[in-house]
Design a protein around this ligand. Structure first.
Ligand code: ADP
Length: 315
């Protein structure tokens, strides 16, 4: 269950104070499919960011499954966000140089959980892209990229899916497909919160919350509760699982490093030149210093015993 109690959020900008949320109280039951709708600037994204623990309210409290979030520190908040909440955004936010599998696995790497490799394949198969696992985002269509983003949101088996305008960049066929997937996830027990400005899309949910000027102005609700199947499991439940985190940490990081070098050839070349010039300069300076020191020593040694020194003295 997600509960907001008297939540307010104010932004201070050059244009003055913006009251993005004003004393919003709201309960979203576990397993609901809720759409948040309203015109641009009505506070939908701010509300979603607070529910998704991406931002904190100025006033009021957020409870997730009965736990008050405001008393938690940033690390605990990050852990809850990673494990309990899956995000789907309009812009997909896939990492371009990573394959579909690597993108989907990122939340697992960050969470430190254990996950069977077959579960990754299963979650990608669930979004119908089992034949695109090794493709990079630029080799996928917009709809396919969003499906990979949904698979990424599901890999840690979160109870809550937050989708911010997930169909905003898609044609009508792909829109319908993404909405069908969100509906299916909801039927498996996920709480789905869909932010949209489009009433037709909002009507796919069971409950529509309408916002205006940072306030909820209308709320029509239909609940649909069910339980979910787990794709990934906690470490203590994963006796036969592969520790993908350990495998990925070295392999994926090396891969990322080499991909980054290959992707940014000019930057890498200039960096190498810079390092070489730096090293050559240090070596040259050391050689010059050593040479000068030797030269001074030789000069001193050449001063023999027949040297007559004349100093001014007293009369
Ligand atoms: P919506 O998602 O409905 O378009 P938002 O929640 O993004 O609305 O924004 C609500 C109001 O808060 C808007 O007036 C917006 O300009 C303002 N706002 C949102 N984020 C910021 C920010 N980081 N700084 C200043 N103002 C912001």
């Amino acid at each position: 269950m997600i509960e907001l109690r008297h939540v307010s959020k104010t932004y201070h900008s050059d244009g003055g104070i913006v009251r993005a949320l004003q004393d919003v109280s709201l309960v979203i039951e576990r397993g609901e499919f809720v759409a948040i709708i309203g015109p641009s600037g009505s506070g939908k994204s701010t509300l979603m960011h607070i529910i998704g623990l991406l931002d904190r309210p100025d006033k009021g409290s957020l409870y997730i499954s009965g736990d008050e979030m405001s008393v938690l520190n940033d690390n605990d908040i990050a852990a809850i966000r990673n494990i309990r909440i899956g995000f789907v955004f309009q812009q997909f936010y896939l990492i371009p140089r990573m394959t579909a599998v690597q993108n989907v696995l990122l939340p697992v790497v960050y969470s430190g959980r254990k996950c069977e490799l077959s579960a990754v394949e299963r979650v990608i198969s669930r979004v119908g892209l089992e034949r695109r696992m090794e493709h990079r985002p630029n080799q996928l269509s917009g709809g396919e990229q969003q499906r990979i983003a949904i698979a990424r949101a599901l890999i840690n088996d979160p109870g809550i899916i937050l989708a911010d305008e997930p169909t905003g960049n898609l044609d009508s066929k792909n829109q319908a497909e993404i909405l069908r997937m969100l509906r299916e996830l909801n039927s498996l027990g996920k709480t789905v919160v869909l932010v949209t400005h489009d009433r037709d899309i909002a009507n796919n949910a069971d409950r529509v919350i309408e916002m205006k000027d940072g306030e909820i102005v209308k709320d029509s609700k239909v609940s649909n509760l069910s339980r979910s199947q787990s794709e990934c499991v906690q470490p203590d439940k994963a006796s036969s699982s592969v520790d993908v985190r350990r495998e990925l940490n070295i392999g994926a990081y090396l891969y990322q490093a080499f991909s980054s070098i290959a992707t940014h050839k000019m930057r890498s070349f200039l960096s190498v030149i810079g390092v070489l010039i730096g090293v050559a300069s240090v070596i040259s300076m050391m050689a010059i210093t050593t040479g000068a020191s030797e030269s001074i020593k030789k000069s001193l040694a050449s001063l023999g015993s027949n040297l007559l020194s004349v100093r001014p003295g007293h009369a």
